[in-house]
Design a binder for this molecule. Structure first.
Ligand code: 3PG
Ligand code: CO
Length: 557
């Protein structure tokens, strides 16, 4: 059995007060310091002061191979970012594991594939997921690989249910991805497979809710994909997407398109999900697939009325999304194994933790932090507090629940009950994803003010703190050409960037209880998010677990 015992640090004494680890979600340190960098433009006296402290500020890598993604062209995201922060290790993540399973052909040999192949000759195989090449939740080329693989192995009838993106990729690109998918489906039809798009909708409106923020999204998805019911019907998906976006100056963004169903000339849906059919959720990322998985997997599901539950479904996820719930039971590619996460070391050494965020990021500091496990590691030693998020587009209320998170976390810091306080502020990310520059600047300013309050509170109890981020987003709000020049639409308006960025993130240490001699090392220039966990243990006065990436701190001689 694995030895979880932590040893006292040889030179860094344990703190009197708690250690706070504060994550500014989507707050990058971007090389483009112009008017489109909301982190740069915002008035941030707190963070500015932290940047000015010698040997206690640096940047760390938060994208690409540093967080287990296929290449350094992949932007970071909250799943892989919080996995790395919480586990102190870099593992091959879903995007890469699916690539490898397709390359080696292992995809088509596993139990999950065997299950869906039972539907190939007499039933329909349905693929449901996010249609883009964002590489955060899914990738279109992986969907295409699965579609071709199914048709080549005898699938007679395929239906795709597509969720439009515009959040990990530029808004408006959904039309292009639908065209690409239609081309692949046409190619399959040539070969005798009856393959079509059957339903869809925007990812922030249909199917892809997370952390139970709004189950009505999942119901809209169920109704469209399974029952063939939606507010809008069209005879083809490209018309659906372009019509729902609205005329010219698109009034509705890809993320928020209403649910739609594709119908035949007689008005009948072309691809409802029927008894005996196979259903594949083709997203590899977990958070936004858990709820729809429950609706498909659980016989006795009651969260909303499914109206009709197909008998004998052959249901698989691209991966298993929740390691605690073993959900779904069947999957195409085994998920990354994230073992010996930092939370396990904490609870096995009797160290108490308080973790807090609002709904939209709650699972980030619990579920993702703990290696995609949904429960407490030890409920006696941990307290997870969720502040309910607003159910609106976040540029309309860019302060989100930052003040409430701050108030709850201050109380936890002052209570003396917790040795570790873990907080995530969602604002720079969630508002950044709307592409609204002014609102994102406001989001960053709000978070700066909240961080100030938290640092002062930690100081009151002689504690220590780490302030960092999981990936960039607010730090660049405009699409740029290869040379970095902001791109403009024909009308001269800048083209908004809704996605994350490739930027590194800031890493700050400090606190009244941190001895002056504790400083950042200068011999780990390539450090990334996975180096944070070791650092955390050192600041708690322990040596870091040997299996973790090296620490970034030392006690100066
Ligand atoms: C989302 O799911 O909202 C985006 O695709 C990614 O954002 P996150 O990785 O910051 O959650
Ligand atoms: Co994000």
């Amino acid at each position: 059995s694995f030895d979880y015992k932590l040893q006292p640090h040889s030179t860094i004494p344990a703190p009197e007060g708690p250690l706070m680890v504060c994550i500014l979600d989507g707050f990058g340190e971007n090389e483009f310091k112009d008017e489109y960098n909301a982190v740069h433009v915002a008035t941030t006296p707190t963070i500015d002061a932290l940047r000015a402290v010698p040997k206690r500020f640096r940047t760390i890598k938060a994208h690409g191979t540093a967080v287990g993604l296929p290449s350094d062209a992949d932007m970071g995201n909250s799943e892989v970012g919080h996995n790395a922060l919480g586990s102190g290790q870099v593992v091959d993540q879903g995007a890469r594991l699916v690539d490898m399973a397709l390359e080696t052909g292992k995809m088509f040999e596993g139990d999950g594939w065997k299950l869906i192949s039972q539907a190939f000759s007499k039933h329909t195989v349905h693929f449901i997921g996010l249609l883009s090449d964002g590489g955060v939740h899914s990738r279109a080329d992986q969907l295409f690989g699965c579609l071709r693989g199914a048709a080549a192995r005898g699938a007679q009838r395929i239906r795709c249910h597509v969720l439009t993106d515009g959040r990990d990729v530029p808004d408006g690109s959904s039309v292009k991805y639908v065209e690409e998918l239609e081309a692949v489906l046409a190619e399959l039809r040539e070969k005798g497979c009856d393959a079509r798009i059957a339903s869809g909708g925007g990812r922030m409106k249909v199917t892809m809710d997370r952390y139970e923020a709004d189950w009505s999204m999942v119901k809209r998805g169920w109704d469209a994909h399974v029952l063939g019911k939606a507010p809008y019907t069209f005879t083809d998906a490209k018309t659906a997407v372009t019509t729902l976006r609205g005329p010219e100056d698109a009034t509705v963004s890809d993320q928020y398109l209403d649910a739609f169903v594709i119908v035949d000339e007689a008005g009948a849906p072309v691809g409802t999900i029927e008894d005996g059919d196979a259903v594949v959720l083709f997203n590899f990322r977990a958070d936004r697939m858990v709820e729809i998985s429950k609706a498909f997997e659980y016989q006795d599901f009651t969260t909303f009325d499914r109206e009709r539950y197909p008998v004998g479904l052959r249901f698989v996820g691209m991966m298993q999304y929740d390691g605690d719930l073993k959900l779904p039971a069947n999957y195409l590619v085994p998920p990354p194994e994230i073992l010996h996460v930092s939370g396990e070391f904490l609870v096995k050494n009797g160290i108490t933790t308080f973790a807090c965020s609002e709904t939209q990021k709650f699972g980030h500091v619990t579920f993702f932090w703990n290696g995609n496990r949904s429960g407490y590691l030890d409920a006696k030693l941990e307290q997870y507090l969720e502040i309910p998020s607003d159910k609106i587009e976040f540029n309309k209320a860019p302060d989100m629940k930052a003040r409430e998170i701050t108030a709850a976390s201050k109380e936890a810091i002052l209570s003396g009950k917790y040795k570790v306080i873990r907080v995530n502020f969602a604002n720079p990310d969630m508002v950044g994803h709307t592409g609204d520059l002014a609102a994102t600047i406001r989001a960053v300013e709000t978070v700066d003010a909240c961080v100030k309050e938290l640092l002062e509170t930690v100081d009151q109890v002689n504690g220590r703190w780490i302030v960092t981020a999981d990936h960039g987003n607010a730090d660049d709000m405009v699409q740029r050409d290869k040379k970095g020049k902001p791109m403009k639409a024909e009308d001269g308006k800048p083209l908004p960037l809704t996605s994350h960025t490739l930027a590194p993130v800031p890493f700050f240490i400090g606190g009244k209880g941190l001895p002056d001699g504790v400083v950042l090392r200068d011999d780990v220039p390539d450090a990334g998010l996975a180096n944070v966990a070791s650092t955390t243990f050192n600041l708690l006065g322990y040596e870091a677990p040997g299996i973790y990436k090296p620490t970034m701190v030392q006690m100066a001689a």
